[in-house]
Design a protein around this ligand. Structure first.
Ligand code: KE4
Length: 432
């Protein structure tokens, strides 16, 4: 067992002054147990905790660190920019530069607005869809996570009720009723929702590659195209929440990979290269409804912050290198196949969902995992917790929840992948 004494001291101190000792709930390890590691530094594929332990990192700050941690060009760019002023609260040319690059990379975006998080991006896109269509209701999916704005913290209504119920204290029940929910891949349920709420649904918001129920593969049976078609037929907007899969599964995100164009796209994580950036964008006629061009208000003190813009520019520019995504996906595939082979050799039933350089391993007897219920009802979540902690003790940092994704970066070497597979073999041997 590695020494984690300082992390434990830090966690005890943090819990006194921060809710759960963290600034985002999943970091508290509640679903896997154990003590969260407090990190002191990171470089490339590795993170180091305050006790000096080093880990091969497959969280990558929940996706942003696709180049690896502390990439020298990104760090240099941020240092140079900081020396010229941390924030202006006024337009700067870096905003134009990053906007042009994102518009060039993401096929459906003509006009874009930068914000400071993925939650701000999705919250703003929802308000825009409502303003553009004049409709109040919208559809999301069970297990779809779009940040913490009230309308998204809603679960499926109980019984016959099709409207949503709050999934968090503090979300007004009357507001939650405007959120309609359905299961992934259930196009008949979507058709029924539109029939029951004729001309009242502003949009469907979906993660085209869900990563918050573990990774799911919606495109394989044409579900995303069905959503595109029904939105066109019903006069609703299709919003792709690409906060996680954007710039992750292809340079142009899921919409480029699957060639399905949404009306609005939400972005985050990688777009800021590790600094706080979110964005939403889409067709010009829709985006011109955003203040000060139009009547839909949205604002932010640090939106377009020069340091964040520079970090995003230095990151996204390097994603355009020839073969970048092919190499990243091949490395990820080798890892996933190796981890599954290790489970098979150990007699542990497991399957994996992988899209590009994001994946999730599920411990289950199912042949495949296709929806939230498959995870919550048919996966061994307790075993995942033991596997997570055994891998942590072997120096491998996975996401501390079965409902999350793992991410491979350009900095992970073949040796790192080999070391991870070997560590997984030792971890399984300890817990079966
Ligand atoms: P942020 O507000 O956390 O930047 O983005 C919210 C968000 C929106 N849409 C999708 C598809 C997302 O995955 C997220 C945030 N993802 C989580 C990980 N599941 C961030 C980690 C956390 O909450 O601490």
């Amino acid at each position: 067992m590695p020494n984690i004494q300082q992390s434990q001291i830090d966690f005890d101190q943090a819990k006194k002054i921060l809710p759960g000792g963290v600034n985002s709930p999943v970091r508290a390890f509640k679903s896997v147990g154990g003590t969260p590691r407090f990190f002191a530094s990171a470089s490339g594929a590795y993170v180091q905790d305050v006790d000096g332990n080093s880990y091969i990192d497959y969280v990558g700050s929940w996706g942003p660190m696709i180049l690896g941690h502390a990439h020298p060009d990104v760090v240099k760019g941020v240092q140079e920019t900081a020396a010229l002023g941390m924030s202006f609260g006024a337009p700067c040319e870096l905003e134009i530069d990053l906007a042009k690059l994102v518009i060039d990379m993401v096929p459906s975006i003509d006009v874009i607005r930068f914000v400071n998080s993925g939650s701000e991006a999705t919250m703003s896109a929802l308000r825009l869809a409502r303003g553009f269509t004049g409709r109040d209701k919208f559809i999301k999916f069970d297990g779809g996570y779009h940040g913490h704005a009230d309308g998204f913290l809603v679960k499926a209504g109980s019984g016959a009720a099709t409207f949503g119920e709050p999934d968090s204290a503090g979300v007004p029940a009357d507001y939650a009723k405007l959120t309609l929910t359905a299961a992934f891949n259930d196009i008949e349920a979507i058709k029924q929702l539109f029939a029951e709420n004729k001309d009242e649904i502003a949009c469907i918001i979906v993660e085209p590659v869900p990563g918050n129920t573990g990774v799911m593969k919606l495109y394989e049976n044409g579900f995303l195209q069905q959503l595109r078609d029904i939105c066109d037929a019903e006069g609703a907007l299709l919003i792709f929440d690409e906060v996680m899969c954007g710039f992750r599964v292809a340079a142009g995100g899921a919409q480029e990979r699957f060639n399905i164009m949404p009306d609005l796209t939400c972005l985050g994580k990688i777009i800021g290269g590790g600094l706080p950036v979110g964005a939403y964008g889409g067709r010009e006629e829709i985006m011109r409804q955003i203040s000060p061009d139009g009547p839909v208000y949205q604002a932010g003190t640090l939106s377009g912050n020069p340091l964040a813009m520079r970090a995003g520019l230095e990151t996204l520019t390097r994603l355009q290198a020839p073969g970048f995504y092919d190499a990243l996906e091949a490395k990820t595939t080798r890892l996933v196949e190796g981890l599954l082979a290790g489970c098979k050799a150990a007699g542990v039933p497991a399957v994996a969902n992988q899209v590009g350089a994001m994946f999730t391993i599920f411990f289950t007897d199912l042949d495949e995992v296709t929806c939230c219920d498959d995870v919550s009802k048919h996966c061994d979540l307790a075993f995942f917790g033991r596997y997570f902690n055994a891998m942590l003790d072997e120096g491998i940092y996975l996401a501390p929840s079965q409902y999350e994704a793992a991410f491979v970066s350009a900095a992970h070497t073949d040796e790192d992948i080999d070391a991870t597979m070997a560590a997984a073999g030792r971890a399984l041997a300890r817990i079966i």
